[in-house]
Design a protein around this ligand. Structure first.
Ligand SMILES: [Zn+2]
Length: 562
């Protein structure tokens, strides 16, 4: 009898004490799961969510680790919807020009870097933006400086300074020489070597003209041993990973990497050395795409840390550098309507290959013409393949739209992969570039797109912007500029909608909504915990929220230092 009683007792206790790896209690859990929108607690085991519920319901778990919060916000792991992972890592290892206020400051930073560099070593920087400068450089061409001061600051080192948009670069004489660019060099298709009235290169290279420089830089890099190169790339990945995790990002949708970079991601994912998850678009030439890409298609590789199932193409440039391709000329430079950087027949061929081999297609389109041409090609290819449905092809940025094209996203099932933060960063010069009417009708129109049935994703285009999702969330819900004004606030999203763009919608845009984007039993245990409840605090306090924990697959991958 006694034996039976103890056996019974054991079975009750053992049932009561289910095992979990991590239990989070006493939070404000916003799940993004419509069936259970809010909760207090989450239990995690084997890398997945076991349960979401009240604190009391979690007492049935014995957990290896228990995070007891003070009501802080617990949300699904944030997904960066469009960024450049390797460039982000590199930007952390190079001159950061994002906060510079004028050309003189940039020259001074390069002068200091040149003192440290060996002769011939390249000096790379990024993040400058002429519209953020407090004075126009003298002399200048279209507001851009000449290379003279930069060349004096670094006479023995090629200097390559990427614009914040990465759609143009400023370089010095040594870099022009390395790239073989002189007064006689013609503009390449889809690009421009900006020259003085006397015909001398100014040092500014627009769009594809930057390719001349990449060739020279690659030659410089090729002189390194394969070991040196891999060590550099691994360090780059480490920097990018650390940056993303510290900002609460659990999945990064990478807007374009080479086969070689994917090889490296794969190696790390296979050995469990990739602490965050990557979803990667292949950015490769069309012949290589045909030859090699089907060997690179992979879904949930390395315990769901790496997916490759999309191609990237770039239809035009950026608005700031007047490279975005418009139907009508720029308001502040009527001689141009921007640049088409992608051959349309080639894009049709890529689209055909993608649809036949089950790849998504992701086309960068900023200007309204670039968006229309992209939608036209998507529509043609979809019509030619009526058997293929649920394709989730994407337009990256979808930044400036003609009103006639806005409803086409929803109608065609094309995802608008947008960046909330670009709106408030660009706002100071948008009306100058395209005028009031185009700005109001079609600039960063998340609300109109959503209301017409499109899925809208969100992100930062890092390193164009800081990869910080909180700043981007704030821009998305307020469209508020530094000076306090708002850029067409009728297009703001609610906080609930903005969080959806950063979680479920980005997951959907990658075919990952069954695994990610909400907190519910069975899904991957990717969780972000913030110091302030950005769903409820006064709007102006949102930017001061910090990331406390970033949890990927149930493991605490980042914890704010106390
Ligand atoms: Zn991009």
């Amino acid at each position: 009898m006694k034996l039976l009683a103890s056996a019974l007792f054991c079975s009750v206790v053992c049932l009561a004490a289910e095992k979990a790896d991590l239990v989070i209690t006493n939070g404000h859990v916003v799940t993004m799961n419509a069936a259970q929108p809010q909760a207090q607690a989450v239990a995690i085991g084997n890398g997945r969510v076991l349960a979401v519920g009240t604190n009391a319901e979690m007492t049935r778990y014995t957990a290896l680790r228990h995070l007891k919060l003070n009501g802080e916000l617990v949300i699904p792991g944030l997904i960066e919807g469009h960024g450049h992972f390797m460039s982000l890592g590199q930007s952390k290892m190079q001159l950061n020009l994002r906060e510079t206020r004028n050309w003189d400051e940039i020259v001074a930073m390069v002068r200091a870097a040149a003192k440290e560099a060996k002769p011939g070593e390249w000096i790379i920087g990024s993040g400058w933006h002429q519209s953020k400068w407090d004075r126009i450089p003298q002399p200048n061409v279209h507001g851009f400086p000449l290379e003279t001061e930069l060349s004096k600051a670094a006479p023995n080192n090629p200097v390559w300074l990427h614009h914040a948009s990465f759609h143009s670069s400023m370089v010095n004489a040594a870099a022009l020489k390395a790239a073989g660019i002189d007064a006689q060099t013609p503009n390449p298709a889809g690009g421009e070597i900006l020259k003085t009235d006397a015909g001398q290169p100014t040092g500014l290279l627009n769009e594809t003209a930057q390719g001349l420089l990449s060739g020279a830089y690659e030659k410089y890099q090729e002189r390194r041993t394969p070991q040196e190169r891999e060590a550099y790339d691994l360090k780059t990945i480490q920097f990018a990973t650390r940056e993303c995790l510290s900002k609460g990002i659990t999945t990064f949708e990478d807007a374009g990497s080479s086969f070689e970079t994917v090889d490296l991601f794969k190696k790390l994912a296979a050995s469990g050395e990739l602490p965050l998850r990557l979803w990667v678009m292949l950015r490769v030439g069309t012949p290589e795409m045909r030859q090699r890409s089907t060997n690179y298609r992979m879904i949930d590789f390395g315990d769901s840390h790496l997916t490759v199932r999309a191609f990237k193409r770039v239809m035009d440039g950026a608005l700031g550098s007047r490279g975005a391709w418009f139907l009508q000329p720029y308001s502040d430079l009527p001689s141009t309507s921007g640049l088409n950087t992608q051959d349309l027949d080639d894009l049709r061929a890529v689209a055909d290959f993608a649809i036949n081999h089950d790849f998504q297609l992701c086309v960068h389109a900023i200007g309204d013409r670039a968006n229309r041409e992209t939608l036209n090609i998507y529509e043609q290819v979809f019509r030619a393949h009526p058997d293929k449905t649920d394709l989730r092809w994407r337009v990256e940025h979808a930044q400036h739209l003609n009103p006639a094209d806005i409803p086409r996203f929803g109608q065609l099932g094309v995802i608008a992969a947008m960046q909330g933060i670009h709106c408030t960063s660009d706002a100071p010069f948008v009306r100058a570039r395209i005028g009031e009417q185009r700005a109001e009708e079609g600039a960063y129109v998340w609300r109109k797109l959503m209301d017409s049935g499109a899925v809208v994703g969100n992100g930062t285009d890092s390193p164009v912007e800081d990869v910080d999702p909180i700043a981007c969330f704030y821009s998305t819900v307020t469209r508020k500029l530094k000076d306090g004004t708002r850029f067409y606030p009728s297009q703001c999203l609610t906080r609930e909608e903005a969080l959806r763009t950063y979680t479920l919608n980005n997951a959907f845009a990658a075919f990952e909504e069954k695994e990610k984007g909400s907190l519910m039993p069975g899904k991957l245990a990717d969780v972000t915990i913030l110091s302030k409840d950005i769903m409820r605090i006064p709007e102006d306090e949102i930017p001061s929220a910090k990331v406390l924990y970033t949890i990927v697959g149930g493991k605490i991958a980042y914890q704010q230092s106390q």
